[in-house]
Design a protein around this ligand. Sequence first.
Ligand code: NDP
Length: 276
Amino acid sequence: MVTSVPSTNGHSSNGAAPAPAEQPGLQVYSLAGRVALITGGGTGIGLEIARCMVAAGATVVITGRRESVLQASAADLGAGAHYLVNDVSDLSGSDALIEQVEADFGPLDILVNNAGINMKKPALEVTDEDFSRIIHTNLNAVFALTRAAGKRMVARRSGTIIMISSMAAYYGIDRVVAYAASKSAVEGMVKVLASEFSAQGVRVNAIAPGFIETEMSRTAMNSDPDRRDRAMRRTPMGKFGKPSDIGHAAVFLASEGARYVTGVSLPVDGGNSIGF
Ligand code: NDP
């Protein structure tokens, strides 16, 4: 058992300044007063990240390309949720998006790079255009928006960035070569950015979802029952995840509860990444 050594001068026994008072109980996971931007927040995983962050008290801005989808989702999320139509693949708009969020809602505390696209094709049939399209949305756009938000967060010495990775960055899933390359690169980016930004008060992490039931995964799985069975067989919990499973993990990573967590990729996968 480790016991603390009482100090007579209000400092800890190693002479460091006393730590600020701990927030009691669940308050440490509160996002009250925080502003969060979630790309692709109108559907699937992004929508449930938004719902969990609104429930934790954040002001949330969701983005995507389809206004009707965003409008309905923001209304469903209720007070605390807002939307902006934005195509992340237009890199020239990255700085303007962050500027607009900050002008409308105040300094951005949380960026969740969730928007992403997939394509299933044998590698030998993937054209340069196919490959570039996936890399552009899932990697180039993530970097451009992260740089735009990161500049401001680092200057304020405050903020946190969450990437959405994938099991495709962990092990070899056939027919998703561009997608796997994009998510593997995002994992590398997390480590570099965490080592550059963390000393300046900005934490950078990833969540690697396992097989989560959304529109994107349904399209990939329903057309391929064998793939569905293989994914299930190596998931020790014996079920696919819900988008809200990722939402809860995102709230944790964005909160003070994770204040000493940076540079990690957290699998939220029912054990899929360690399954035999
Ligand atoms: P969805 O297809 O439901 O959501 C993707 C979202 O991204 C949509 O809201 C879409 O909105 C938005 N989006 C796509 N392209 C752009 C763009 N160019 N600009 C702005 N928004 C865009 O998929 P999921 O919820 O399943 O996926 C979310 C993230 O989770 C992705 O990064 C995905 O790779 C990752 N993931 C998902 C897994 C799963 O099992 N579902 C597993 C592992 C990772 P719109 O079309 O209106 O622009």
